[in-house]
Design a protein around this ligand. Structure first.
Ligand code: ATP
Ligand code: MG
Length: 339
């Protein structure tokens, strides 16, 4: 099954760059999309303020980290004092308030690691996830947004990878594959490791921004104007990078020992994180360290079966870009691994 991968990409790989960039442009959210999203946020804020006048509303996830497409949902975090009430009690109350205000399909999902209320907005038609006091998500949203401003190849690569992952059925944590957030971190780490580097490691630089969440310091360098030319020495095109990304995950990543770490801008060892054996449901087969919640392995949903599916998909994508004369059609061909 394993196809030997050459060390270098095909010499004519750049012929695919214009097509890939056109696809990237088509995935970017329109102005109309952004204004509809704002309408949703405004009507949600109005609803919430009646019951909780001091609540602050933060956008997080792809609607705020700049990695969102026209198909992305809207993720909202409410920051509020909840006193002696539990998060779940507040979410149940929030669901009642939203139903009364005529939002559609309102549902409190209280058993998840991060409990949320899901709903959709009849005005815009968008679906929306609301969590409470999950400020790590707000912090990592800013981190991703800041990385995206350093070199445009990050947004291009991550949009294409997310699009590929959704169509190939490998962007579903509840089925044992990876979240969009995990894919974006994989892209950031990959660009941190190029020679010459395309992205710096912001957390390893002087801390000009700090946000403390539950006693954890989320700190990094955020004076982005000083990093405008950071990746300029590296001339790799998006076609080359996309191939190299899949080639890395198909053939070069050390799944047995390695943990990718945006926090350090490198690959660290499972040993030092004590991620060498299965703990509970965390199998640690494909390890991605969360940049701030460093005890979190974002690959923890991956199991023996889905790691095989993921590797096959990485190999398939790398092979298409390497050998196919018109790879983009097959690369983004919808596929369902369950059927
Ligand atoms: P999409 O465009 O697919 O909606 P997204 O960036 O919103 O992409 P999600 O995977 O839905 O991605 O996650 C939303 C946000 O929630 C992430 O950007 C991140 O801030 C946070 N998040 C998601 N999963 C985790 C996790 N396992 N640990 C910590 N934060 C997470
Ligand atoms: Mg989202």
């Amino acid at each position: 099954r394993m196809r030997r991968s050459p060390v270098e990409c095909r010499p004519d790989i750049d012929t695919f760059t214009p097509g890939l960039l056109a696809l990237y442009e088509s995935l970017r959210p329109s102005e109309e999309h952004k204004s509809k999203q704002q309408q949703l946020v405004d009507s949600l804020a109005k609803s919430v303020s009646k019951e909780w006048p001091n609540a602050q509303l933060h956008l997080y996830g792809s609607s705020a980290n700049s990695f969102g497409t026209s198909h992305s949902d809207v993720d909202v975090c409410l920051e509020m004092e909840i006193g002696t009430a539990s998060t779940v009690e507040v979410l149940v109350r929030l669901a009642d308030v939203l139903r009364a205000d005529n939002f559609d399909n309102v549902e409190a999902i209280t058993s998840a690691r991060v409990p949320i209320v899901k709903m959709s907005d009849p005005g815009s038609g968008f679906s929306c996830d609301i969590c409470i006091n999950n400020l790590f998500a707000v912090a990592n949203t800013k981190l991703l947004k800041d990385y995206a401003q350093i070199d445009q190849r990050l947004l291009q690569l991550a949009f294409l990878v997310k699009h590929w992952a959704k169509l190939r059925g490998v962007n579903e944590t509840y089925r044992g594959t990876l979240s969009s957030y995990a894919y974006v971190l994989m892209c950031i780490n990959f660009l941190q490791l190029r020679e010459p580097k395309i992205l710096p490691c912001l957390q390893a630089m002087e801390h000009t921004y700090t946000m403390t969440v539950d006693d954890t310091e989320c700190a990094y360098f955020d004076e982005l104007h000083q990093l405008q030319d950071f990746g300029a020495e590296n001339k790799e095109s998006i076609a080359e990078l996309l191939w190299a990304f899949f080639d890395y995950w198909a053939f070069r990543h050390d799944y047995r020992r390695g943990v990718i770490s945006v926090r350090t801008g490198s690959t660290i060892s499972k040993q030092e994180k004590n991620w060498t054996t299965r703990v509970g449901n965390d199998r640690h087969l494909l390890c991605i360290e969360d940049p701030f919640e460093t005890e979190h392995d974002l690959g923890r949903a991956v199991d023996r079966q889905t790691i095989r599916i993921l590797k096959e998909e990485f190999e398939r994508a790398a092979a298409l870009l390497q050998y196919n004369n018109d790879p983009c059609v097959a690369l983004f061909e919808p596929y369902d691994h369950e059927n």
